[in-house]
Design a protein around this ligand. Sequence first.
Ligand code: CP
Ligand code: NVA
Length: 317
Amino acid sequence: METPLLAGKKGKSFLTLIDWEPHEIEALLQSALKLKSLRNKGEHGQPLKGKSLAMLFEKPSTRTRVSFEVGMKELGGFTVLLRNDEMQLGRGESIEDTAGVLSRFVDAILIRTHEHARIERLADAAAIPVINGLSDQAHPCQALADLLTILEKKGSLKGVKLTYVGDGNNVLHSLIQASALTGIDLHVATPPGYEPDPAVWKYSEQIAEKTGSSLSFHYDPAVSVQEADVVYTDVWASMGQEEEKEERNQTFASYQVNASLMEKAKPDAIFMHCLPAYRGLEVTAEVLEGPQSVVFDQAENRLHAQKALLVAILADG
Ligand code: CP
Ligand code: NVA
């Protein structure tokens, strides 16, 4: 089997999308398409034979955990699942010492945690690449799979109108960066007080100027979604915000993606959600389960996109 490689990326971490150049993101997507088509033919190959990935989860996960576990196995490698409450980390061992020790045992570390700075500290202290499996600030693996899904469904990324309606959270931050890097025309609508991080927006605007992408913000979802090719939402209360749930449900009520909002988008618009979804809150069951929804294709693409990433940073060229 011919293995798609991304020259020069071996050993590189993946903490946010903007650590990677636009042409590198494009190469990852092409590699993901190739790996997906090989998988569909039953040809996995063994480009990561004997390689190991430690997966450290300080928050719950279904998709990220399973897709990385299956992805490593399909590529010939294996994973070691670590939960912080079962580790010395949970009893006060430092993240730096954990990084140093894991670097002697495995080839890469995936981490899902709260503070983004914790991932940066882990990466600084590790001698091996670190992958961000979600922080409060960013979810780059999700955005990579989202780009792959839009590319497949819409045939290109440049000029595609993507509207995100909801909370200015980690998923949105990575979508902003993903859009800026690839020429997507991104429109965002959040309630006042829940806007995305201005630093993420500002830096992405500078990237967008070079790639021809455009980023625009409106508080009114009906304005934002006009003529959209893709309508995207995420939960109103992310992991760690459980106590704010009641208040957020009220504040975000008019930001629900429902049939009447979808009608304002293009007739062939697709609906995306990183999942898990809460029917009747950020999206109605009718939209989530309707013909425009691509959420399970999107979830599947986590596997293909991350396999491309793993090959890029771990395969021996
Ligand atoms: N979308 C996503 O990251 O899902 P999990 O929380 O199940 O990993
Ligand atoms: N914004 C959500 C994404 C879950 C995949 C959260 O952080 O909980």
